[in-house]
Design a protein around this ligand. Structure first.
Ligand code: XMP
Length: 325
């Protein structure tokens, strides 16, 4: 019951009044919120916006390419693509504790982003894709909820040291409104309706120590799983990607024995996780059809050399969390 063209016109006008002729920086993560914020701000002020996209080497397959295509190529947004894989992998080497990994990834992220932003000396504003639920969540900080059992690093922390003013044009919107806005601004619906992806990325889906070799294997397994979920419909006509709230592969750094041709293999295991949930505080494991699971398993084992076993996670939240770390 909101009129989208009117809303966009108003939002654009507000952004223009707020920033005038100033320059704005925005950290693009590839997620829905920062993407929609970028598209909206670009609509308002065009080239006064510069996006910084930090690739920590823990993104999904072809994510960097997708972000650059969507923004730089299709929308004409100025995007600086920083490949910081080596830096992140260096700092994560030898670290196995999940919270320590999260802290390192969060800290490095801020550092790389700040270093890039510092080069854009004329910028006066820092734009963020903060949405209404983030505002409420930060206001309630300190309360121990199921949500704060794991530290999230998406909100806050950045502007203080950069000495920039904050521009948060999505602050009053709920997630479904942000998605609608994104589509109206010309972002591809497959992108806007994607499952959530954690800030630390594959860093919390590679159990224990993170290595580039593991991330490369996991990315390929995960892409196969997601592709099959998107291509398989249930009786009701919905795809299994649509029927699940979040789905992904998890890398287990243990080797098990297999056979291939007349040879013996000794390779790593991946677990598939797919859940259905309203609020991500509690979740059920998804009853995916066995044929679908079988196809995903066959494809992963045949197509990804280095993986020879696939298992399916049938744990609910609670007591398990959605992510494995
Ligand atoms: P859990 O694993 O706690 O996850 O059941 C609940 C939801 O939160 C996401 N998640 C994170 N998101 N940074 C994020 O931005 C994080 O550190 C993080 N840890 C979990 C998870 O993907 C799920 O949607």
């Amino acid at each position: 019951d909101w009129n989208m063209p009117d809303y966009i016109a108003e939002a654009v006008e507000m952004i223009r009044q707020q920033v005038g002729s100033d320059e704005v920086i925005l950290g693009l993560s590839g997620g829905v919120d920062s993407s929609v914020a970028a598209a909206l701000i670009h609509r308002a002020i065009g080239d006064q916006l510069t996006c910084v996209f930090v690739d920590h080497g823990l993104l999904r397959l072809d994510e960097g390419k997708m972000v650059m295509e969507m923004f730089a190529k299709n929308l004409g947004v100025k995007v600086i693509h920083v490949d910081a894989t080596a830096q992140f992998m260096g700092h994560l080497a030898g670290v196995t504790d999940p919270e320590a990994k999260r802290k390192i990834i969060g800290r490095e992220f801020v550092e790389v982003f700040q270093a890039e932003s510092a080069k854009l000396t004329s910028a006066k504003w820092l734009a963020q894709g903060t949405i209404y639920p983030d505002v409420i969540e930060s206001a309630g900080k300190g309360k121990k909820t199921a949500h704060t059992i794991k530290s999230h690093h998406n909100v806050g922390g950045l502007p203080e040291t950069l000495n920039l003013k904050l521009l948060e044009p999505l602050r009053e919107l709920f997630k479904d409104e942000v998605r609608e806005l994104g589509v109206a601004l010309g972002l591809p619906p497959e992108m806007v309706y994607r499952h959530p992806f954690p800030g630390p990325g594959l860093g919390v889906r590679i159990l224990g120590e993170v290595k580039k070799e593991y991330a490369d294997l996991l990315r390929r397994a995960d892409a196969i799983f997601i592709e099959e979920l998107r291509n398989t419909k249930d009786q009701d006509g919905q795809t299994w990607y649509e029927k699940t709230s979040q789905a992904f592969a998890v890398f287990l750094p243990v080797k098990s024995v297999g056979v291939m041709g007349d040879g013996r293999t000794y390779e790593y295991v991946v677990a598939l996780r797919a859940v259905q949930t309203q609020d991500f505080m509690t979740a059920h494991w998804a009853h995916l059809p066995h044929e679908l699971l079988g196809r995903v398993s066959n494809r992963i084992i045949n197509e990804v050399r280095g993986l020879n076993r696939v298992v399916y996670d049938i744990s609910g939240k609670p007591p398990a969390t959605i992510e494995w770390e």
